[in-house]
Write a protein that binds this ligand. Structure first.
Ligand SMILES: [Zn+2]
Ligand SMILES: [Zn+2]
Ligand SMILES: [Zn+2]
Ligand SMILES: [Zn+2]
Length: 237
């Protein structure tokens, strides 16, 4: 495998979010690779073109004929002496696509992730932790935006302001943990009462959140919007 150019990683990186993407591939009009999550939640490729509906058979076959490296290989690893059967240290390994899929779900020792819910502490993997949220703390209903238009790429919902709560909501591709502190009287600074964290570690999107409260209301109104990669990158230029 030494003959493969390290640039091979770029071939399988999603142009929009930068993450490693495995077949089947969908491309944009300009033939950039797009991962399933980006084609689902982003309205356009980071270059500004729309995504093509069909997958690209040639690229699927090409990548399926190659070996790739683990996307977590640069992460730290727990004590190698404690590896159990079937688990391998992937720092220098090359894997076929199917081996890589299995590796992320069960074999990788560099993608361990601890459930952040209070009193849980369950250790899963970056690639499987959201299954754990649904089975152990769910079912979690998904909050969807009303339409898939850039101008309305946000969701609005309410959280109770009077009680201490730790609430998980599935929004777009993220799993957001909202921690609400109990409120005795109406507060001007809502941000001191509410903290929000995206606890889906494999979600590469960026979000904006705001929380508001009408005077003397028992509920906080929270708005979460997905930052479009295309529109945010053009703004930075
Ligand atoms: Zn992507
Ligand atoms: Zn593109
Ligand atoms: Zn690995
Ligand atoms: Zn948990």
């Amino acid at each position: 495998m030494d003959v493969l150019c390290p640039e091979i990683e770029r071939l399988v990186s999603c142009y929009t979010c930068g993450g490693q993407s495995l077949p089947p591939y969908q491309l944009c009009v300009e033939a950039h690779v797009a991962c399933p999550t980006c084609t689902k939640y982003q309205s356009r490729c980071a270059c500004g073109c729309r995504f093509l509906k069909r997958s690209n058979t040639t690229l699927d076959w090409l990548v399926s004929a190659m070996k790739l490296r683990c996307k977590y290989r640069a992460n730290g690893v727990i004590d190698v002496g404690s590896l159990v059967l079937g688990q391998v240290d992937c720092a220098n390994g090359w894997y076929t696509i199917q081996e890589l899929r299995d590796h992320y779900r069960t074999g990788c020792m560099r993608n361990l992730f601890t459930c952040p819910m209070q009193n849980c502490g369950y250790v899963a993997r970056v690639d499987t932790i959201t299954d754990h949220y649904d089975t152990a703390h769910g079912p979690l209903p998904r909050i969807n935006p009303s339409q898939h238009l850039i101008s309305s790429n946000y969701v609005i919902f309410q959280l109770p302001a009077k009680m201490q709560a730790e609430i998980i909501k599935k929004i777009f591709n993220g799993y957001f943990m909202f921690s609400v502190k109990p409120q005795r009287r109406w507060h001007k600074d809502i941000n001191s009462l509410l903290s929000m964290q995206n606890i889906n570690p494999s979600d590469l999107f960026q979000y904006r959140y705001t929380a508001t409260q009408e005077s003397h209301q028992k509920m906080l109104t929270v708005t979460v919007s997905l930052v479009e990669t295309y529109s945010s990158s053009t703004r930075n230029i």
